[in-house]
Design a protein. Sequence first.
Length: 646
Amino acid sequence: MRNKKPIIQIDKFSAAGQNGILYCQGFYPEVINGKSVMGEGLTSFNIVNNETAGFSNLGNIYGSVALSTINSQSSLYNIYINNTSKIFAYQELGTTITDGEIHSNSLTATTNPDIIETPLGNILYPSEKYIGRGVRFKATGGSTTTIVDTDKDFVTLGYAAGDKVTNLKTGIEYTITSISTTTNTNDTLNFSASGVNTTVANDECIAWEDDRFETDINEAVWQQPQNYWVKQFAEYANEILFTNGNYIGSISASDRTLPNDESTVTKDRKQLPSKYQAISIKVNNAKVLVSANFNGKGALCLWDGASDGWNNILKINSPVIATTEYQSGWIFISDGTLYYTNGFQLQVLYKLNQDNRISSNKLKPITHNALTINDSMLYCAGSGSSISETGLYAIDLDNVNNGFTLIKQIYKTKESGNPYSVFVNNRFSGSKSIEVCGNKFINYISSGTASALYRDKSLIIALSLPEETKISGVGLNLSRGVFGYNNDFFTTERSRDVQVSVGDGNRGLIDYINTSSGVAATTTFIVDGRTFLNTEIGDEIMINDKEQTVYSERSFITNITGKETVSETWTIDPDLSATHNPSTEVKMIRVKKFGRKTIKNNELKNEIMFFPETSLFTNKIYIEIVFFGKSYSMPLNINEINVYGE
């Protein structure tokens, strides 16, 4: 429609929550030479999952700490803790560490753990009623049944028979049977052999004392059992603080030179107000901010570390699950709203439009470690409404009106991962500085497209028209991405599949349907049509069952038989790539396909047009744009979206 003027032109873009953008997955607005475009944003890439050798017990990862090997800044690795108090190690580059599970805590786990490196370079990790300590050291020698460090007196450090030690070089964990002397007093840990594995000089090791610090607090009648309490750490002045029910506890960390530091625990260092349960703690600007759950409401408690009372308490409608440091205060997300606080006042930075005002199902962090900031980008491992799916959300704090974009997380080969925590990890190579940990996976975030795991991107825009209009087409002005992986080496597939669909919203936009059991197919679904009365031929479906091979695949209903009966049957096109399960959760997107096209380089000079397959008369429209993922396909920007009518 080169010579026809559009009735609406969109050439200023934001992410979800602004300018009519209802849903934004994988796209993010950019400004290039003063021109607003919708670019392809960030994508998740998998590092390990529970099918990776050594990680079969990975579980839900709640905490991560980045470490340098002892006496070296060039050999880097990470350790992680999961919801059953198992600890894992991963080294991206190098061979000084064997990847996989390195410690299994012998005590009852806390389901909300954390992990931290102390000023002395040791590791603290919680269980239900204890905080364990892992002392890091390099062996000066050993054998198949011993590990020796002539600089350590392991008895003075608190170790005894029954504690454990891991040789990180071999990845083998041993149970200590006794402590003896080889050169200096108590410098040798003895254990039973594990095959022919042996310890030699300079092997990096961690000795584990799971019951180092007892933190048991009598549970009040209003509290959950202790194994459900959040145990989060924060370093403050001469202490390591930790949440402990109705208290903040502390571990001494005052002297970074004495080997007997980390010797004292105060499990009730400071009490919160009555019936306040600590769920998060962060330190910034010499101040401590504790988030608490009070009868299902939220409270932010500010403390200067010295006052007997609390310097201030802010009340919030819902518990604040996670906070993170920003400028001289903290940032958090509650009920779909992004806030900044200095501990005395609240400032709304951005509000995401979700569902309705009375809904409690709005964007929020999933765990206490679900927020982090890198440069100006805030990342939230979040769950939310039917529109805001579980995943990693990103927003530019320098341009908050750009809104949130959703970055779905890879689990195995599908974007079906549920994230639990997110960290800035500068111990990985440059492109992997944002680390996302979740249910049985560890991922990193990248803007690159040069991967066989390149994924779909989708966008839904809501627009109002001045009067009822016949929609005759949608045009896209597209261009190659200017930044990132856009050269021919990384984009050997010089084309991209793009799909445009449009709806009027008269039957709603998004719904979820569970298909009936009894049929598994690639082209049909059976539903109880007596319950789901709103479906029409032409509606889009997307498989929403994360356990299925065909998760996230899209198709359209081409025929319905047995309408409004117990065995209403849908025929779909295109076919699914594999058979779906008999009972499947399907996401209904009530839009009709205007077309799917393979766009090649030489077509980008023209507007790409998509036309309706059936007539659409409306005074409001919802436009869905999907860029389909394909290995090494070319990245695209959306420069303009034009709507044509008559």
